[in-house]
Design a protein around this ligand. Structure first.
Ligand SMILES: *Cc1c(COP(=O)(O)O)cnc(C)c1O
Length: 445
């Protein structure tokens, strides 16, 4: 069979034995032991729920039995519980290219989006436009819609508005916004963009897009859900204003882990956020009647931190930091690109004749840490993913028709990419997916 796939690259391993050799020479190989992975599983869903790090259970158990059980309320001070949001923010900061005092860990990504979007709209008074992508993760769009609803009719008339464009139309939309800005009629308040598209894995050039947003007079709010912990993010270098991201994806913080937010230092003093809870107060334990925001990023906190979840997230962040002596996120990025390239190429070689198409960019600079595919029919795509999961190859399905496979190189090997592609090939060739049990949709896909 001749293939025209752009993924038919040369220089990739052509056998499982070659993959084994690459793994034997892999400097990141020792890091796999830092995870408690179930045997017989190839886990390609760390982009949705990172696996359990090997020492999380012991650390959470210590927080329960010693810090909570024995030391009781004293632990707010003695174990530093009260500082967890800013302490974890500082620890996470270098992984996303930020200063230690620009990041805090709190709430969920959705709630943090609400806080930052709201603050951004106040900062850009007079401007009414939030720009985002039609394909952005729904919660991002829902939060913007809810905030606009809440803010209602503006003094002087009119409302805020959410404009959605396709990813490919962004440069054009920003150029138009720039023209209006330069003509003194600037409307863009904030552009809210997710760096890596959750469905396709396509990655935006953060520095270039941020420059385009600034040229139009807007603020750049980045969602790093599929970036943080997957590759080096350079918020400061890109000139990013605001960012949010998840704790439970590539940061391996556990189900429902707290999220993070970033506010560039230069903006912090001028920002007011709407969830003015006591943990964001300048002096929470003075119990004053009036709200006074804390200096710095702490003003973006709201209520009491979920300590046990924070401790689990701390273990997840420390697991990533353990990669530093092995080359850190730069080495993780290089291996991730190699794994997604290998998997996509091998999967297409085996499955193009069954209608499999890759929707992830072949260009390294335009690809996050996943490989996503389409099949001719969404129900079939769903069933194929379920059949793979039954074989212990865990990826996920994203409506309407995407098969998604995330690659986290701290615990994945070249042989895993190879074997997963083989499994996909077998599932399609044998029509193993075509069974009622694999077609029934669960509540969480
Ligand atoms: C996963 C994800 C979220 C999740 O938000 P939560 O509030 O944690 O549920 C938000 N945005 C993007 C882009 C995501 O991929």
């Amino acid at each position: 069979m001749t293939t025209t796939s752009p993924w038919a690259l040369s220089g990739l391993p052509a056998s499982r034995a070659e993959c084994e050799a690459l793994d034997a020479a892999d400097p990141l190989a020792p890091l796999r032991a830092r995870f408690a992975l179930p045997p017989g599983t190839i886990y390609l869903d760390g982009n949705s729920l990172g696996p359990l790090p090997a020492d999380t259970a012991a650390r959470v158990n210590d927080a329960i039995e010693r810090q909570w059980g024995r030391d009781l309320i004293r632990s707010w001070n003695s174990a530093g519980w009260v500082d967890l949001p800013v302490r974890l923010g500082a620890r996470l900061a270098p992984l996303i290219g930020a200063q230690a005092d620009e990041v805090a860990v709190a709430d969920s990504t959705s709630v943090n989006l609400f806080k930052l979007l709201s603050a951004a709209l106040r900062m850009r008074a007079g401007r009414r436009l939030i720009l985002s992508e039609r394909g952005n993760f729904p919660t991002d769009l829902y939060i913007a819609q809810g905030l606009i609803e809440q803010l209602g009719e503006r003094p002087g008339g009119g409302r805020f508005r959410l404009e959605l464009v396709e990813r490919g139309e962004l440069p054009q939309a920003l150029a138009q916004a720039r023209e209006r800005h330069e003509a003194g009629k600037g409307e863009l308040a904030v552009a809210m963009l997710t760096q890596v598209d959750y469905r396709t894995g396509s990655m935006l050039d953060m520095a270039r897009v941020t420059a385009g947003i600034h040229a139009a007079g807007g603020l750049a709010l980045w969602d790093l859900a599929h970036s943080a912990g997957a590759f080096p993010v350079r918020l400061n270098q890109a000139g990013a204003d605001l960012a949010v991201g998840c704790g439970y994806k590539y940061l391996n913080g556990g189900p429902g882990a707290p999220a993070f937010l970033y506010v560039a230092r230069r903006l912090q003093a001028g920002f007011a956020q709407p969830l003015s809870g006591w943990m964001g107060h300048a002096a929470p334990f003075a119990f004053e009647t009036g709200y006074r925001p804390a200096d710095g990023v702490a003003r973006f906190l709201c209520g009491t931190p979920p300590v046990l979840s924070m401790v689990a997230l701390e273990a997840g962040i420390d697991t990533l930091l353990a990669a530093e002596p092995f080359g850190g996120l730069a080495a993780i990025r290089a291996k991730s690109l190699a794994l997604t390239r290998l998997f996509a190429q091998r999967a297409l070689a085996l499955c193009e004749r069954h209608g499999l198409r890759c929707v992830t960019p072949v260009d390294d600079a335009a690809r996050g840490s996943q490989a996503s595919f389409k099949l001719p029919d969404g129900d079939m795509a769903y069933a194929v993913v379920q059949a793979l999961i039954a074989r212990g190859v865990i990826g996920d399905f994203r409506s309407p028709d995407i098969l998604r496979f995330g690659f986290a190189p701290m615990y994945l090997r070249h042989v895993d990419a190879w074997d997963a592609a083989e499994a996909l090939g077998e599932v399609l060739a044998s029509r193993e997916w075509d069974r009622a049990e694999f077609r029934t949709r669960a509540a969480v896909t």
